[in-house]
Design a protein around this ligand. Structure first.
Ligand code: URA
Length: 215
């Protein structure tokens, strides 16, 4: 089984290849002194890589096309339609990366906040494509820390009829705690991430992380 540090990466987790390019991009966005403009530009680069990778994990069907030469090409086509759902607000930063790869893609939004009395994540707002149950769903959130909001968002998607196996959680940085919490409840989901970090600090920030993704 593949490992990130001491952490055994579960089979449902797809981690981008740790190329020198990806490491360089992550070093910029993680850097304490990185300016906002660079943070946005380079996190967009990583988001684009993540979306491209996530699309590789959707089902395809064989598709034959005739090229302008009149010859046959044995190709592939996407099986089914997709949509994006961003977990507000940080997840909204990932919407453009999805639009750049998928023309006219439908994108929904979910707002979850911690209830001040119960400390439990609570759904405040959801606007989802009406036919979401028939689509593969890319759930967008850049930081997976405790997994509380992400699990609540998945619950909302399931309540709207999306099959668990049709959900791909797309994210920049995961904490092992968040992965474990998500997969314990939703083992059929796939997680596509750029890097898995060591863990969480006492304030539930990912370490080493990048601080507040705050957009
Ligand atoms: N959200 C963030 O923006 N950063 C973290 O480290 C955890 C959650």
């Amino acid at each position: 089984m593949a490992k990130s540090g001491d952490y055994e990466i579960p089979p449902q987790v797809i981690v981008l290849d740790a190329t020198a390019q990806l490491k360089a991009l992550m070093s910029i966005i993680r850097g304490k002194t990185t300016q906002r403009g660079d943070f946005i530009f380079y996190s967009d680069r990583v988001i684009r890589l993540l979306v491209e990778e996530a699309l590789n994990h959707l089902p395809f069907v064989e598709k034959e096309v005739i090229t302008p030469t009149g010859a046959k090409y044995d190709g592939l086509g996407f099986k089914g339609q997709i949509c994006g759902v961003s977990i507000m607000r940080a997840g909204e930063a990932m919407e453009q990366g999805l639009r750049d790869c998928c023309r006219s893609v439908r994108i929904g939004k979910i707002l979850i906040q911690r209830d001040e009395e119960t400390a439990m994540p609570q759904l405040y707002y959801a606007k989802l494509p009406p036919d979401i149950s028939k689509r593969f769903c890319l759930l967008l959130d850049p930081m997976l820390a405790t997994g509380g909001s992400a699990n609540k968002a998945i619950e909302v998607l399931l309540d709207h009829g999306v099959p668990e196996e049709n959900i791909l959680f797309v994210n920049l940085i995961c904490a092992p705690e968040g992965i474990e919490k998500m997969l314990a409840v939703y083992p059929k989901i796939k997680i596509v991430t750029a890097e898995i970090d060591a863990g969480l600090d006492e304030n539930k920030y990912i370490i080493p992380g990048l601080g507040d993704f705050g957009w």
